[in-house]
Design a protein around this ligand. Sequence first.
Ligand code: NAP
Length: 267
Amino acid sequence: MGLLDGKVGVVLGASSGIGWRIAERFVEEGAELIIAARRMDQLEKLSKEIGATPIRCDVSSHDDLEALAAAAIEKWGRLDFSVNSAGVNMPSTIAELDPALLKQVADVQFFGAYYFMKHFGNAHAANGGGSLINITSATAVMVPVGLSPYSGCKAAANFVTKIAAREYGPSNVRVNALAPTFVPTAMNAYGGMKPIDDARVDLESESPISKAFIKETPLRRVTSVDDCADVAIFLASDLSASMTGQVVPVDNGNHLQRLPNAEEMFI
Ligand code: NAP
């Protein structure tokens, strides 16, 4: 028997990385899914594998999110969980900030996260409740030099998560955030410390970036997409029925130490 048997919900940002793995694992645990993102080719691939319904959605669009939540309610008449794993990371120091870069990051990481909480919070609230899960980041508490656009927005999303937990709680809606540290995915080539265009994703545990993180991590291991999926399953399931307004680190304890500097990760 799966932890999510009979449950229905949406995973946004399912076309890659953490969201992709969450979708696969949710289905293994018995859930039925709508999967969403911008790249339909990727979603179709995942859909063939796990039998989920793919829908195109740009998280920076208030209208797209409203339509996505409405599609889920139309399909099932309820919504047991919703996960937002959409994200982009574009590094910049404050001194060198290009306003266009900040806007691009904030459109996804702050406005998108906010619109997601609004439309999915409303959909859950109007249909008996549910569990809403935001994927934020350990960088929101770790004060990382050069990542202020990203981590500033993630910190704001953590804070709105808590307010949403208070506002939607009386309607039986739980709102939590899952906060990973470095996870080897496409987004995080170079640990997010260099532009994605020169990216090479190095997944080896012997790579400089993995070694640098392992050194700063009490449990001495790199955090994986499966680690994130395990906690997402818990937050979507009834096992976490008493939890709301929480930011749950998924980081092997990395936030207790520090993020490695760029020089340590890319030698
Ligand atoms: P990833 O493999 O690059 O996946 C990012 C996902 O976000 C993709 O599915 C992408 O889909 C989606 N996305 C980006 N912009 C979007 C938009 N405008 N509308 C809809 N979807 C959009 O990265 P990941 O590592 O899995 O990241 C997932 C989440 O974890 C993000 O919120 C990220 O900030 C967070 N996180 C990651 C790490 C890490 O080290 N990897 C650490 C902490 C937190 P499309 O391009 O198809 O739209």
